[in-house]
Design a protein around this ligand. Structure first.
Ligand code: 5CA
Length: 429
């Protein structure tokens, strides 16, 4: 991609209305633009990151055996009357009427819709267990939308729903999602702490929130410092993490006999990037979902629901990975793999060399943002640091005459003068 033909509106100054660093950097790096309070347009660079995050979420859901479908954003109010949540949900739900005066809403979540779909499609125990998921926009009319995509009104969520024949199966489905969540966050370069959570209006008796520890997090988490030592790559990590104490401040305050010795009790702020619930027959019961059991009787399936804040994750990744100069993307979600800086696009030799490097990188499957603009070197370097691509490859007339280009790793700042071939080999290695 040539930067001279791209849409990348970067800003030098920190926008006054953005309070936390991820929000500031998302605006400055040209990832998003606010179009109304808590509602954002995803600019080309931001969309690439969002899609990369969604791809990893999808990969781990598929790996855990969940099946993807896509439900609409708009839902009929009647569906929510069946579960009794239409009135209970309150002003966070965006309600409206269509031209036939039918009451509609923009979905804040999809328990009702998936339960109705499953009720219509599945009649027999043979079709269970199943876990279904989608990645779809949600709307919640938050009282205080803030911190950019962290607490938006319109946001992208992965929500999965499990259907099981018995309690044991339901807990196994819950465990599969729990493990998928740890894998997902690790693949995004994040360390997530599973926090035992109250179930709130969703109901049920088993729930965890997943928090990324960061000073700008909206909640405070008390946890056993032994959690910091768990190796996420260890196959026993999910079991170990679940055995260790972690609670949000409000819940922690209610605990009379904290199981963690005082010297091991740590407290940090956290960003909630995921939330999972096992709530048994709450929705299947109220919405009349039954299947025929093996013995011919009617059975009410047990359900769980599992959310990941896909758009919020982008903010969390930036909170966890940035420096004074800008964003430092993990390789797995970076909008482009390589930022190619041509210092002298007006020089025919430089232009030919840069085009050649772009072509070789792209042929090898790497995405390249090629800065071919007629701009000062300082501006080009500042833009590349700001947008945080993992590799920066710079070439100019002096280096080329000496047979070298400069390769910089954004995360470490490490720079090397290399032959073009070695630089390519290093990136592709
Ligand atoms: N029905 C359940 C599970 S599918 C549910 O909706 N859970 S939730 O309310 O906890 O939302 C799931 C995740 O969506 C949260 O963990 C959070 O990461 C994200 N999320 C929730 N509200 C917002 C918001 N206003 N802006 C951005 N992300 C949000």
């Amino acid at each position: 991609m040539l930067l001279s033909r791209y849409l990348l509106p970067v800003m030098k100054e920190t926008p006054a209305d953005a309070q936390i660093v991820s929000h500031q950097l998302m605006l400055r790096a040209g990832l998003i633009r606010q179009t109304a309070a808590g509602i954002y347009a995803w600019l080309p660079l931001g969309l690439r990151v969002l899609e990369n995050i969604a791809r990893i979420v999808r990969r781990e859901q598929d790996r855990a055996g969940a099946i993807e479908l896509l439900m609409p954003t708009i839902q009929p109010a009647d569906l929510w009357r069946q579960s009794g949540r239409y009135d209970a949900y309150g002003p966070e739900m965006l309600r409206f009427r269509d031209r036939h005066d039918r009451e509609m809403l923009y979905g804040p979540t999809n328990e009702e819709m998936i339960t109705a779909l499953f009720r219509d499609c599945v009649k027999s125990y043979r079709d269970l267990p199943r876990t279904l998921y989608h990645i779809q926009w949600k709307f919640r009319d938050e009282v205080r939308p803030r911190f950019g995509v962290m607490r938006g009104r319109e946001f992208l969520m992965k929500d999965a729903y499990s259907f099981d024949l018995d309690e044991e199966g339901g807990r196994a489905s819950y465990d599969a999602q729990f493990t998928a969540y740890l894998r997902t966050f690790a693949a995004l370069g994040l360390r997530a702490v599973p926090v035992r959570a109250p179930t709130g209006p969703i109901g049920g008796d088993l729930s965890h929130e997943f928090h990324i520890l960061a000073d700008t997090g909206e909640s405070e988490v008390y946890y056993d410092a032994a959690l910091d030592d768990v190796d996420l790559a260890d196959p026993d990590a999910p079991a170990r993490l679940r055995g260790l104490y972690a609670m949000e401040a409000e819940e922690h305050a209610k605990v009379t006999d904290c199981p963690v010795p005082a010297d091991r009790l740590a407290s940090r702020r956290g960003i909630e990037v995921g939330h999972i619930f096992f709530f048994g027959t709450k929705y299947s019961e109220t919405m009349g979902l039954q299947v025929q059991a093996k013995d011919g009787s009617q059975l009410t399936p047990l359900m769980g629901s599992y959310g990941i804040g896909v758009s919020r994750l982008m903010g969390a990744i930036i909170e966890a990975g940035h420096d004074q100069q800008g964003i430092i993307w993990p390789d797995s979600v970076a909008p482009f793999d390589v930022g190619l800086i041509n210092l002298r696009p007006d020089d025919a030799g430089c232009a030919a060399a840069a085009a050649g490097m772009q072509e070789k990188l792209e042929a090898a499957g790497r995405s390249v943002l090629h800065d071919d603009r007629d701009a000062r070197p300082g501006e080009k370097f500042a833009t590349m640091d700001l947008i945080g691509l993992p590799w920066q490859l710079t070439l100019g007339p002096k280096g080329l005459a000496a047979g070298t280009v400069e390769l910089k790793r954004r995360a470490t700042g490490e720079k090397h003068e290399l032959s073009p071939e070695s630089a390519l080999a290093r990136i592709l290695g």
